[in-house]
Design a protein around this ligand. Sequence first.
Ligand code: UDP
Length: 322
Amino acid sequence: MELLHKGKAKKIFADSKSKKYVVIEFTDNVSAGNGKKKDIIKGKGNLACDLSEFFFRYLKKKGVDTHFVKRLDGSQMRCTKVEILPLEVVCRNVAAGSFCKRYGIKKGTELASPLIEFFLKEDKLHDPLISEDAAIRLNLASEFEIAFMKSVALSVNYYLTVLFTQVNLTLIDFKLEFGKNSDGAILLADEISGDTIRVWNSKGQSFDKDLYRKDEGDITTAYSFLLEKLNETKPNKVLQREEVLYVSVMPKDGIKNPPGEVTKKALIRLGFGDATEVRMGKIFEIHLSKPITSGLIEQLTLMNLKLLSNPIAEKHNVRMEM
Ligand code: UDP
């Protein structure tokens, strides 16, 4: 098989069957501190592949669009070929790792609600934290793509958190990567394994790569334990999370908007003399029982043109946040 890319822990090969796919091989290489600490740990690749397969299959069942296609022999899987976006998406429930160092927060501090952070994938710069605005200005992702990745990361967080809770484990944080397929759809890609998540038991013991990062234990034992526990879970008992999409419909620029003009006059009458123009539109709040996917947005955009708005006089916008 033709080697397309060799990463720190995975190799990507061309798939002999179709140009639409690649074969991802999970290797036994493990590294930390941007490659400062490096080792080969026998069996790690296979376990990371097993865990990723478990998570991708589970998330697919819950409606998340992933690149996973089929498990192959050994530590390989067939996946949809995607172009990886140069951003790492981290979701945190509890303070740990770089978050604690950056803000001087005590490890184990619970966050009031899940936090999404973006990191620039650039080894030379040590993958720095990047603001959403900077990622957009640098054309690393569009505003819509940023919102889309956040929404999927929050869905993944819900589905994994609930599953881990069934076996008394806590999902502390995790990192996701996304890629675009040949049709431009954004899929959850890369891997989800002990290498990319933090999971603790009720005593605060880790079952993830922190054991390797801090020389505190054997990761193959930890990853095997995670797999064993995940196989005890009942994925069907995890309820679908409600997602909300917002479609705003506004009169196009230059089109007269009588309701807005009436409102403007009323505002001025009430003493709000600073209003120079008021334009009135509408917002549809669409509740869904499945995570948001590129296909769903496409479908909604088509329907929206026909049903929710008048494309001649109005412009519309699909959002994941109000
Ligand atoms: N993570 C990862 N790859 C990276 C950096 C982080 O998979 O290059 C994962 C890490 O395992 C953890 C989460 O992302 O589950 C948050 O990591 P953090 O930002 O705290 O960085 P770290 O302490 O791992 O350097």
